[in-house]
Design a binder for this molecule. Sequence first.
Ligand code: ADP
Length: 464
Amino acid sequence: MKVKLRSALSTTHGITAFVTVISILILLNRIVDSQFIEYVKQTQNIKLENIITDISHQYHDDWREFRIRQTGDRALEDGFVISVENSQGDIIFDIAKERESSPEELLSDISKSMKNHYKNWVGKITTHERRLIHENRQIGTLFISYYTPFYFTSEDSKFINSIHEVITISIFLSIFFALILGLLISRSISIPILKTTKATREISKGNYDEHISETFKIIEINELALWINKLAKDLKEHELTRKRIVSDVSHELRTPLAAIQINLEGIVDGVLEPDEERLEGIYKEILRVNRLVGELTKLARYENGNMELNRRVFNLKETLDSIVYTLEPQANIKDIKIIVNKTNVEYYGDEDKIKQAIINLISNSIKYSNENGRIYIYLDFKKGNTILEIKDYGIGIPKENLKYIFERFYRADKSRDKSTGGFGIGLTITKEIVEAHSGTIQIESKVGKGTDVMISLPGGKIIR
Ligand code: ADP
């Protein structure tokens, strides 16, 4: 069964409040009752002793019935029916006889209110006999009848009833406020969730500009909203990148393919001569298409999630030497000098991939350096990290392009591609490789001044 969060929260809250409060009510009533019964029993004992003392004090050489009657009337109000016998065994006072009623009739008010209060109350009138003593001599006997094991006088009943009333009222008020609070709490949770859901639904439809602008009081929901906004922003960027990639790839493919098509059509129609120069041109275009497909395959392999690292310990200094050795001929074409300053560092990683990343960076520096340029390479180990820096004094990258530089197919200046032959994939791959090794890559660049790429890879060690 599916229920709305709001109903679920309010119902749970309501039930919890109800059960708790009713349990407290039952418990409290029981405690109050048992404590009160204890109290009543104690006061009744005291009252009983007082009656005995009171009656004993009425004796002055002889009994004074008038005084005894007063005490008897008061005792009856407290729930005691008394009769007094003198030392000769004659009854000198019997309130039941005087009022011509039985003790049950005299105490009927008590039994009624007790039955009201306790449905299962079975009161039994018990008569106790107490000796009356004056100056160490028995002057008579007191017979005292009352309900056992306990009873409440009308005063007691009034008192305990009002306590129960107060408890019940406050308990029901608590339930009422708990329910109101439950409703408010469930509203304060469900409304932000509904708003967040609405925004998420819009985002899933592709309306990435839809975002949650409100700040909610519940920290977790606020956090959720922030991440949903971030997700929408990322999705928007991904969507734009996807569109750009499709258009870039088709553009990259269209140009060489169109050139190949036109040339081949001309040759087939006999309009163009299939001379060496033309065939070489066609061949170059085919090479370019092939290179692009190769780059795309490489990218797919290196992209997040697809990269498998084949780690082993290798000497990074030696790897760097071999890369520089391979790239030097390219640099020599433009009379570029590569100056290497390296510490003997051993690193645990995927040598082939790290090699690929370094080749990409040095190749870029060669590609974007002017004739007679200089490229500095530093390899070091600092604070537990292997540091690699490649610095050139080439054409640099405009500041506004720097933040996109690691994106696929991003070229700072589209017109550069023809001369440099790049597709804007090298830095993307480099970054993926560095991050797969839990490292970071930073790039600083100034147009006309040059570019400085810094890589920091956790781990490694200097070897002597
Ligand atoms: P590409 O294959 O086009 O060189 P990259 O991803 O390696 O692709 O580089 C992306 C873009 O960044 C390049 O097109 C270029 O405009 C710019 N770039 C990269 N490295 C340098 C550099 N050292 N100097 C100047 N521009 C650079």
